[in-house]
Design a protein around this ligand. Structure first.
Ligand SMILES: Nc1nc2c(ncn2[C@@H]2O[C@H](COP(=O)(O)OP(=O)(O)O)[C@@H](O)[C@H]2O)c(=O)[nH]1
Ligand SMILES: [Mg+2]
Length: 187
């Protein structure tokens, strides 16, 4: 069984906490006022990969629902340490978010040399927002990264599937690095 530490980052109010609760099946009183996450909140759950029900296809996920406010910048090194993947959540209708994604990318992804497949851009559509499911107009170097649209009202299963597919990439990377480690012990 693999264990993955995944970070959910991105601009404030983009929907990170809502998505984290949804993906981990955490029930929280909804419909209340917006409550910005302070620092970080860690959710733990197991995810079954699509392939089958055997042990190896289960992954233990530590989902770090991080604060979007830059005032928590001093916590970032602790968040980044030993993380296996990064999901950037943003609202594709907001030009400010599109530019902010670049900052998150350089702070959390290129700085620690994660592979593209360990990252996911999550274009989150809140209720009543646009339904454009095309590729948002992001900086060109971000076009290599996998992108998934999420709309919890219209296609919650699609959101779960998109996340599971991403998790399969993560498990793949973990298994490759475990193999490399084992080889280096033997040789
Ligand atoms: N109903 C609904 N509300 C959402 C959704 N995504 C975000 N929101 C609302 O948008 C606000 C910001 O979401 P939140 O997840 O706290 O943003 P964060 O700052 O990125 O963690 C909250 O008031 C949420 O209730 C969604 O998919 N459905
Ligand atoms: Mg939050």
């Amino acid at each position: 069984m693999f264990k993955a530490k995944l970070l959910l980052i991105g601009p404030s109010e983009s929907g990170k906490t809502v998505l984290a609760n949804f993906l981990s099946d955490t029930v929280e009183t909804v419909g209340g006022e917006y409550c910005p996450t302070q620092g970080v909140r860690i959710l733990e759950f197991e995810s079954q990969n699509e392939g089958g029900g055997d042990k190896s296809s289960t992954c233990e996920v530590e989902l770090w629902d991080c604060a979007g406010d830059f005032k928590f910048e001093s916590c970032w090194p602790a968040l980044i340490k030993d993380s296996n993947g990064v999901v950037i959540v943003f609202n594709p209708d907001m030009p400010r978010h599109l530019t902010e994604v670049e900052t998150w990318y350089s702070m959390f992804i290129s700085s620690q040399g994660l592979q593209d497949s360990q990252c996911l851009l999550m274009a989150h559509h809140k209720p009543g927002s646009g339904v454009d499911n095309g590729r948002p107009n992001l900086a060109s170097h971000l076009n290599r990264l996998p992108l998934s649209h999420s709309n919890l009202e219209e296609d919650p299963e699609g959101v779960r599937q998109g996340f599971r597919r991403y998790l399969e990439n993560i498990v793949q990377t973990l298994s490759e690095s475990r193999e490399r480690e084992e080889m280096s012990i033997i040789t």
